[in-house]
Ligand binder design. Structure first.
Ligand code: ADP
Length: 307
């Protein structure tokens, strides 16, 4: 997925911010994407994902910050040009339900100012697996197929950058897996930004993940760095003979106590010995100490929790 190094970035955002009066929808977002890279914006509802995407696509003006396409700063005069370089699937895809799939895509290609519409539509239909339903009215399609039509309208003009806002939300597991496969295929030809609140989705699709919460960037890491981060965390479960309360162990921080079980994360494996010694000195009887897997979802929650 990640492409070769270019003299300029395909897409770059510098300190993008959006304020609505006192509400800070997005504080300061910066990233650089090379050709073929897939960036994930990850965060719970209200994190600022859609706001970021709309500003990147130029459908929402930024309070401050800059966007660069292929090294060139986007300005009011180059907005149309930038829009044609981007394919955007907003949260609620703008589908005309009473049109058939093919007519709708022809219409989308036309308003994006394209020539050779038939050819472009036929490629989009094929890429999105819509050939069988090309003559069907959009309202008669399943949710998964409607989402494919939404993606098809985003890519019909053959954009270099594709921005997909929560592309798998509300789909059943089979549809989710089909849409993910479709996104993977698109990544071979374009730079992609997707948003999601599901970390495993990011793991499957993205080269880089930006974690947002309440408008703040909490992390901006390559998938490799995120995986590394997980390996550096050690979660332990210690079982004691008798139940304890937090106030019985005042020196131990950041732990969950469930009756006679203590759950905690260590940064270094060596800290375990000191913890066990502390428990024994506190007259606790240690029955067992087990290392647990720290998965990607835990990493995400720990990033959110560290805010
Ligand atoms: P996400 O896509 O991560 O769910 P959004 O980008 O939609 O988050 O929203 C980020 C924050 O900005 C939220 O707190 C939301 O309420 C706020 N917000 C979005 N649009 C407006 C608006 N037009 N006026 C005031 N606040 C807004």
């Amino acid at each position: 997925m990640a492409g070769i190094s270019y003299a300029f970035y395909m897409l770059e955002a510098k300190d993008l911010a959006k304020h609505y009066g006192k509400i800070i929808a997005l504080e300061s977002l910066s990233f650089q994407l090379q050709k073929g890279e897939v960036l994930g914006l990850l965060g719970p509802n209200g994190a600022g994902k859609s706001t970021a995407m709309r500003m990147i696509c130029g459908t929402l003006s930024a309070t401050s910050g800059e966007v660069f396409f292929m090294g060139e700063k986007r300005s009011a005069s180059s907005l149309d040009q930038a829009k044609s370089a981007i394919g955007y699937l907003p949260e609620n895809a703008p589908l005309y339900m009473d049109m058939d799939v093919e007519s709708y895509l022809c219409f989308c290609a036309e308003i994006k100012g394209k020539q050779d519409i038939k050819k472009l539509v036929s490629i989009a239909l094929q890429k999105c697996g819509l050939e069988e339903v090309r003559r069907k009215n959009i309202q008669l399609l399943s949710k998964g197929y409607k989402q494919r039509v939404g993606i098809a309208q985003a890519i019909v003009h053959n954009p270099k950058i594709i921005v997909l806002d929560e592309p798998t939300i509300g789909l059943d597991p089979k549809q989710v897996s089909e849409i993910r496969q479709l996104i993977r295929n698109l990544a071979s030809e374009a730079t992609i930004i997707i948003s999601s609140h599901i970390l495993t989705e990011m793991q499957m699709l993205c080269d880089r993940v930006i974690v947002l919460n309440k408008g703040k960037v909490l992390a901006n890491k390559s998938m490799q760095e995120l995986n590394q981060m997980m390996q550096e965390k050690y979660r332990y479960e210690i079982t004691l003979k008798h139940p304890v309360k937090e106030q019985d162990l005042p020196q131990l921080k950041n732990l969950d106590i469930l009756g006679n079980k203590i759950l905690f994360d260590l940064k270094e494996e060596e800290e375990l010995n000191a913890t066990l010694k502390y428990l024994i000195d506190a007259n606790q009887i240690v029955v067992s100490a087990k290392k647990q897997d720290f998965d990607l979802e835990d990493a995400y929650l720990s990033i959110l929790g560290e805010q």
